[in-house]
Design a protein around this ligand. Sequence first.
Ligand SMILES: *Cc1c(COP(=O)(O)O)cnc(C)c1O
Length: 360
Amino acid sequence: MSLPTPRPDLIELEGYHSPQLDVQVRLNTNESPYAPPAAFVDAWLDALRAVPLHRYPDRAAGDLRRALATRLDQPAERVFCANGSNEVLQTLLLAYGGAKRRALVFEPTYPLHTHIARLTGTEVIVGERTSEYRVSTTEAGILIAAERPAVVLLCSPNNPTGTVEPRATVEALLAAILDHGPGLLIVDEAYGEFADWSALELVADDVPLVVTRTYSKVWSLAALRLGFAVAPPAIVAELEKVVLPYHLSVATQIAGREALRFDPEMRSRVDVLVSERERLAHELALLPGLMVMPSGANFLLVRVDGDAHAIWRRLVDHGVLVRDFSRWPRLEGCLRITVGTPEEDDLLLAALRGVLEEER
Ligand SMILES: *Cc1c(COP(=O)(O)O)cnc(C)c1O
């Protein structure tokens, strides 16, 4: 064999897979079911046409950061933008994780946290969530004291369970980190707009807290790849050192800025999806043998009584794709369903009723 082998710690890593199938109703990847407003697309393309494309983009993404800061009521120095919140997380772990450092995650949670930590050479420590998928502050405190992680990753609302951690949990984690640190708490709020509170209100210049968010979900812009962090300015400065120069294309920067002009539309979509989530949760709970976890996001985790993988496959036969988590540790029997349009959700409900009937 003449080809070299990669880093030994990468050999056992598996790539990140989220199966895509060509079906009528796709409720498997938590995107918005609605395309962005046509007026946004026009504004974005008009602005893009005026840009000198032979020049590098604004390296600091100044306009975008200022616009975001205004909307979030934060100073611009606290805002860092990258290609999706996954790149934000990778940059954070490159800067604050790495060799001989540990990252603490609470399973079951977003698998990319572990994946990105390992890619950056950071050792992963696993804390367990309770049977209700909450983070126990007592257990977390014990782990933080014993392992002294450089980074603690908290996903809230948690993917794939939908669990929203209360403010008291975030404060308790911060207190444990301050007692046993130094360390950094990263709250991944990819679904933060759907929840009833946000850790953004706890961000301050001298608190080791970073909140990450994305345009991929509520802003209907998953294809454009834009995410951001709100963090103390000293941390933002470190992230700027780590990220590659000109990583954020001008098309992405302009999209992020123009999208903010459609804030009222975005907010009304959040309201629509939240009330549709509640309707779907109610309808699902009426189905036999089905348990629905409470969710503060745009998806619902359900536990089925029976062979969840078989049910998932039968749903695909009916043209409905959800995400099968049933073979994941701590998620036996679980499927995750993204909230779609009312029409899509009705097709899911009809298909699921049929499949559950056949299963009996
Ligand atoms: C979807 C999702 C993201 C978003 O990733 P992008 O790179 O911004 O598309 C981040 N964290 C969680 C938990 C997610 O579910």
